[in-house]
Design a protein around this ligand. Structure first.
Ligand code: ADP
Ligand code: MG
Length: 374
């Protein structure tokens, strides 16, 4: 795979404040669908703007195909951007919006027509040429913006939360569509989102960020199965995060029991964080359980039940297709591959069980409301 962009030790702050980006190192490859994922305010947009040329780093280098481009202006970079607010020209129809970048470049008329038609069929908007963009749905406007951004064949397309304004169903459709467009064109997509599901489902590579730092770079499967620390484990999917001690290779102790795991090369008796995904917990009869606990809540989720189980004061989240009742005592079994061991980190004590589960849900809906206000 060819490296297309290299970010080397990038640091950026505004007005001499705390760095918004702190020593970012990242390689981006041709043909890659790469997603910057992290909570609101972690520096995703700033990183994208640096790549686009709308900001310059305080320190570090941005390399594009081997050349340093720190001071190259946006229009001279072979990079284009799609913003969340699509910024279409309201007085122009679909055809003229998409044709705009080529008209600016004085491309011959026939060539423009051919390219616009090619782009409109790529984004499934054939036949919409004469339609006013103000009469399009949000999803259709988004497709026009994508067609316009792709028509001049950038090598890299930057997408800053482009699906954020769409409702859930449309958003899912556009996720599939965008992925298809990326594969068809072979253009590198650098996609920004704070939605972990979106990141996992679309990307070749996910870059997990918080507070201006990159925590982990990997495939969606790696990031989900092998989170590097409690922050990543908590941010990506649901997780039960427990305090443990690595007794020796393949042997970890937590919740007063010793478990077999697949992890090794920790120090003898090293304190660790143990993560267990809710779908990896097996419910067994009480007498067969490695742990036992009492069910405190059961929520039907369609495909499975999500239950909270109190095991000596630690509240586990478990996803199961078996029906259990509130107040029932159950046994829990963990296969070695259900257990993932992480090094202790500054995030270790910030996450844990699901005792404040309903509070967490409240906080989440507040965050989403704030996002909608933006
Ligand atoms: N032009 C700017 N001037 C001052 N602060 C900024 C500017 N742009 C971004 N910031 C700050 O940098 C931080 C990261 O912002 P941003 O990159 O937009 O995060 P994200 O896209 O992950 O939500 C925020 O604290 C934000 O307030
Ligand atoms: Mg942003």
């Amino acid at each position: 795979m060819k490296k297309i962009i290299e970010l080397k030790n990038i640091t950026k702050s505004f007005d001499g404040e705390q760095p918004v980006l702190d020593n970012i190192d990242l390689d981006i490859y041709s043909n890659e669908f790469l997603t910057l994922l992290g909570p609101s305010g972690c520096g995703k947009t700033t990183l994208l703007r640096l790549i686009g040329g709308f900001e310059t780093p305080d320190a570090g280098d941005i390399i594009f195909l081997g050349e340093r481009i720190n001071n190259v202006p946006p229009y001279k970079r072979n990079v284009n951007t799609v913003f969340q607010k699509y910024a279409l020209f309201p007085h122009l129809n679909v055809f003229d919006n998409v044709a705009f970048p080529l008209k600016e470049k004085k491309v011959p008329k026939e060539e423009i027509e051919e390219k616009v038609h090619e782009m409109l069929s790529l984004v499934a908007l054939k036949g919409f040429e004469k339609r006013s963009v103000t009469r399009l749905s949000g999803g259709q406007q988004q497709r026009v913006a994508i067609a316009r951004a792709l028509i001049s064949h950038p090598q890299v397309l930057l997408l800053d939360e482009p699906l954020g304004a769409l409702d859930l169903k449309l958003r899912k459709d556009m996720q599939v569509e965008l992925k298809k467009i990326q594969k068809q064109t072979g253009i590198t997509f650098i996609f920004v989102t704070h939605d972990q599901e979106e990141a996992l489902s679309m990307s070749d590579t996910v870059v997990v960020m918080s507070e201006g730092k990159i925590h982990q770079i990997g495939t969606p499967v790696d990031i989900y199965n092998e989170p590097v620390n409690a922050f990543v484990a908590d941010f990506i999917g649901e997780s039960n995060i427990l305090d443990g001690v690595m007794l020796e290779d393949y042997k970890v102790r937590f919740s007063g029991q010793t478990f077999h795991c697949l992890d090794k090369e920790f120090m003898k008796n090293e304190p660790v964080d143990v993560v267990v995904r809710p779908e990896d917990v097996d419910i067994v009869p009480v007498e067969k359980g490695q742990l036992t606990g009492v069910v405190t809540s059961v929520t039907f989720m369609g495909v499975h039940y999500e239950i909270i189980v109190d095991v000596n004061g630690f509240k586990w989240m478990i996803q199961t297709t078996d029906f259990v009742d509130v107040d029932e005592r159950i046994g829990i079994e963990l296969e070695p591959d259900a257990i993932h061991i992480m090094k202790k980190s500054e995030y270790s004590n910030l996450y844990g069980d699901y005792s404040s589960f309903s509070n967490e849900l409240d906080e989440l809906s507040e965050v989403e409301e704030e996002d909608e206000d933006e």
